[in-house]
Design a protein around this ligand. Structure first.
Ligand SMILES: NC(=O)c1ccc[n+]([C@@H]2O[C@H](COP(=O)([O-])OP(=O)(O)OC[C@H]3O[C@@H](n4cnc5c(N)ncnc54)[C@H](OP(=O)(O)O)[C@@H]3O)[C@@H](O)[C@H]2O)c1
Length: 293
């Protein structure tokens, strides 16, 4: 019988560690696992147990929450040898919050089905700071019989949970939202570079749009990073490139071309090739700046 107060958190990177802390603060018994154990260890100071394996973390737990880089990493941690699902009780719930795209989502749903556990596809909106503040938006989708059980977990990590339908609906909306972010960021980087090329102070551009319908707060935040060339990571360029790929794959599978996103993906390739992959996604600016090459 699953203990719904116990949760295995697999992946303690930027997002997973922050979510684990908020789960601890909400009174959950958190068992944390990370491939590089040293990144999970600081969570012990907050009251988490650090597990040696995903299975060790999931033993007897009501929930497994995955927050890993991509679908392959999630599949291995959940369904591989010593994976969490081998130890999760039959009535346990797998809350899959990583961004994995459509094919990835289907593969993971298949793994859950094979093991006979409940599976909730629940990617999140929001970055490092909202994750630390428990202000994520959870795009949840999955079986109705576990909605109520899952709410305390989602309430601990987020400010809002949207239940969108059967598993897969969350990942579809997440991709749509990510396409918007990728386009915004690419246009912003090119606009900052364009301003510089024209001898227009890019701060003037940010000032002129601020507070009006064109002045999304996101542009102020990421625009400042570009102008100052300080790319402290909230969301890495490597993972943004992964997301661009997931968007483009899903578009192609549904008969659509997205040339703006293709261009953003190329900018990210250049950014990563130049050694900025671990920096924040705003480092896409490096591929657009007027003095490059
Ligand atoms: N950061 C954001 O703003 C944000 C927002 C929404 C959604 N997301 C999504 O959330 C997920 C996590 O993002 P993050 O920003 O927290 O990333 P991150 O800080 O780079 O952490 C990535 C995590 O994945 C693990 N990992 C990578 N490859 C692995 C593998 N092959 N096997 C096992 N573990 C592996 C890492 O383990 P190690 O420590 O051992 O490397 C780490 O725990 C991604 O799917 C991302 O797209 C991120």
């Amino acid at each position: 019988m699953a203990n719904d107060n116990a949760i295995a958190v697999l992946g303690t990177g930027i997002m997973g560690a922050a979510m684990a802390r908020n789960l601890l603060a909400a009174g959950f018994e958190v068992r944390a696992w990370n491939r590089s154990r040293e990144k999970a260890e600081p969570l012990a100071d907050d009251g988490a147990t650090v597990a040696d394996s995903p299975a060790g973390a999931a033993e007897g737990a009501g929930f497994v929450l995955t927050m890993l880089a991509d679908a392959d990493a999630v599949a291995e941690a959940a369904g591989g040898e010593d994976g969490a699902l081998s130890a999760l009780p039959d009535d346990g719930v797998w809350l899959q919050t990583s961004t994995v795209g459509l094919e990835g989502q289907e593969k993971l749903a298949g793994i859950a089905d094979e093991r006979g556990v409940y599976y909730v596809d629940a990617p999140v909106l929001g970055t490092k700071q909202p994750a630390e503040q428990g202000q994520l938006i959870v795009l949840a989708s999955g079986p109705e019989e576990v909605h109520e059980r899952s709410e305390p977990v989602f309430d601990a990590v987020g400010s809002k949970t949207l239940w969108l339908g059967p598993a897969g609906a969350g990942s579809r909306l997440k991709l749509v939202t990510n396409n918007w972010i990728l386009g915004l960021l690419g246009a912003l980087a090119e606009t900052v570079s364009f301003a510089e090329a024209l001898d227009v102070d890019p701060n003037r551009f940010l000032k002129v749009i601020e507070g009006g319908p064109l002045g999304v707060p996101y542009a102020q935040m990421k625009g400042q990073m570009m102008i100052e060339e300080e790319f402290l990571t909230s969301f890495s360029a490597n993972l943004a490139r992964k997301d661009a790929n997931l968007v483009l794959q899903a578009a192609e599978a549904n008969g659509l071309r997205l040339p703006l996103t293709e261009a953003a993906a190329e900018h990210f390739d250049e950014t990563i090739d130049a050694g900025h992959g671990e920096e924040d996604m705003a480092a896409i600016y490096q591929a657009t700046r007027p003095d490059r090459g």
